[in-house]
Design a protein around this ligand. Structure first.
Ligand SMILES: [Zn+2]
Length: 308
């Protein structure tokens, strides 16, 4: 049995786990992602792996990292977030130097899609488009058994497709990006724009208001459903996958919006997209860890793809 150190980098936390080659998570450690700094992120990765090594014989390291990456070189090409000292970070080289183990990296949202394809809702599927809803919005395009990377590491970056022209400003420099409407951050931010007196600062607080029947929260969630459905229809038309997978931390709240989403998706789509099912992720916040473990056990193929 081989054991990988798998890391998932979220907007609010960095999680490290020891994962065996059957996908069993043996131990999980969470660290708040507070400093938004490349140096902090790299130190945290190293600390997590060192801690896991105290208990397990780690044979490889897989990392789901934020931003657009050169997955072959293991470096950060571009990130829209507010991280300092992050673009250009040589994650693979620095980690390999520190541990003397093979290190592979992929985008955190792609890792989530790979995890679901390995052991979750998309198990065994050969063609998936994944929309990953978390603090931000990302995606992954898995085609004919391969995760497609893109020339600049950007394939599947649905979060920066423009959904509302001239709309909310995005950190990437565009206006009206998907991420500004259907992310956890968007839910509470849009709520605050409607209710300037509100002090909420998290998706968790937003859903507390929703559960209490707050009219504005209900309206914001209706808008979220319409935007997500539109996004899914566009992905169906663009990629023609076996399924559109909806995952990420925000999918844990799907009990509040899944039925409405299916209805709106059906209503907005065409005869073609109606044949493409929307599927809710099953692995929750373990998906990206599983995907990261999987790339640690996998092989790189030239052409910016992971394949199995
Ligand atoms: Zn954007």
């Amino acid at each position: 049995m081989s054991i990988a150190a798998a890391i998932d980098t979220g907007g609010t936390k960095i999680v490290g786990a020891a994962v065996d080659d059957s996908g069993k998570i043996l131990k999980e450690i969470r660290v708040p992602n507070t400093e938004r700094d490349g140096g902090f992120i790299l130190r945290t990765y190293m600390d997590l792996v060192k801690t896991l090594q105290e208990e397990y014989s780690i044979t490889a390291i897989g990392i789901g990292a934020g931003g657009r990456l050169d997955e072959e070189k293991g470096t950060v090409l571009y990130a829209v977030d507010i991280y300092r000292n992050y673009i250009g970070l040589e994650i693979k080289a620095r980690m390999e130097e520190a541990f003397g183990l093979p290190v592979r990296i992929t985008n955190d949202c792609r890792a989530a899609v790979l995890g679901e394809q390995w052991l979750g809702a998309a198990k065994g599927c050969r063609n998936i488009f994944g929309i990953i809803l978390g603090t931000g919005v990302g995606g992954g395009y898995y085609s004919d058994g391969r995760m497609i990377g893109g020339v600049r590491g950007g394939t599947g970056e649905i979060g920066h497709a423009i959904l509302h022209r001239g709309g909310r400003k995005c950190l990437c420099g565009q206006q009206g990006c998907v991420e500004q409407y259907i992310s956890g951050t968007a839910l509470w931010s849009i709520y605050r724009e409607r209710c300037p007196e509100s002090q909420i600062t998290s998706g968790y607080e937003f859903f507390e208001l929703y559960r209490q029947g707050d009219t504005n929260a209900v309206r914001v969630l209706e808008g979220f459903v319409e935007d997500l459905a539109e996004c899914a229809v566009n992905c169906g038309n663009l990629f023609d996958p076996e399924m559109i997978l909806i995952g990420g931390g925000l999918s844990d709240t799907a009990e509040y919006w899944w039925e409405a989403l299916l209805k709106t998706y059906e209503a907005l789509g065409n005869v073609h997209t109606r044949r493409i099912p929307l599927v809710r992720a099953e692995c929750g916040n373990r998906a990206a860890l599983l995907g990261a473990a999987r790339i640690a056990f996998g092989e790189w193929e030239p052409g910016s793809v992971w394949s199995w």
